[in-house]
Ligand binder design. Structure first.
Ligand code: FES
Length: 160
C-alpha cells in the first residue's frame, strides 16, 4: 500500500490554488490525478472540507467518471480497442493473449503492478485494426506476433 500522506503537499497546493473557483471539483480531481497518478483516498476528506462538500459527494464524483483512478497506475498502460472494427479483426484474441501472457487479474492488472490492460472503444485507427496504445503510443495492424514483440520490448524497458 503506497504511503498516501506523501501526496498531501500536492493536494494542499492544488486546493489552495483552486478551492475558491466556482465549479472547481473536477479541475481539482484532474490536477491531483495528473500530479499523483491517481486520486489517493486521503484526498477525499481534504477536498470535501475545502469545497464545503460531503465526503460522499466527492467520492460520488470520483466513482462516476471512469477516467479517475483510485489506485496507483501500473508502470505500463495498455489500451486495447474492442470496438467493432477491431473486434472483427481479432482484438478479442489479442486481449486473451495478453491476459494469459501477463497473468492479468479481472481488473486487467498484473500482480507486480508493471502492466495494466484497459479496454477502450475506438482509438481512431479503425482502418488499421486491430489497434492498441502502449503508454500513449498508438500501434495498429497488430498481429499476435507483433503484440508479443511489443510486450517484450515494453517489459525490457525499451521504447514500445
Ligand atoms: S474500432 Fe478500433 S480503432 Fe476504431
Amino acid at each position: 500500500m503506497p504511503d498516501e500522506a506523501l501526496h498531501l503537499p500536492l493536494i494542499n497546493r492544488i486546493l489552495a490554488l483552486e478551492k475558491d473557483t466556482p465549479g472547481s471539483l473536477l479541475p481539482i480531481l484532474h490536477a491531483i490525478q495528473q500530479g499523483a497518478g491517481y486520486i489517493p483516498s486521503i484526498a477525499v476528506p481534504e477536498i470535501a472540507q475545502a469545497l464545503n462538500l460531503s465526503k460522499a459527494e466527492v467520492q460520488g464524483v470520483i466513482s462516476f467518471y471512469h477516467d479517475f483512478r483510485t489506485t496507483p497506475p501500473a508502470q505500463h498502460i495498455l489500451r486495447l480497442c474492442q470496438a467493432e472494427s477491431c473486434q472483427s479483426m481479432g482484438s478479442g484474441l489479442l486481449a486473451a493473449q495478453l491476459k494469459e501472457r501477463l497473468s492479468l487479474n479481472e481488473s486487467g492488472d498484473s500482480a507486480d503492478a508493471r502492466v495494466s490492460l484497459q479496454t477502450v472503444y475506438c482509438l481512431g485507427a479503425c482502418a488499421c485494426s486491430p489497434a492498441m496504445e502502449i503508454d500513449g503510443r498508438l500501434h495498429a495492424r497488430l498481429t499476435p506476433e507483433r503484440l508479443d514483440d511489443l510486450v517484450n520490448r515494453c517489459l525490457e524497458g525499451q521504447a514500445c
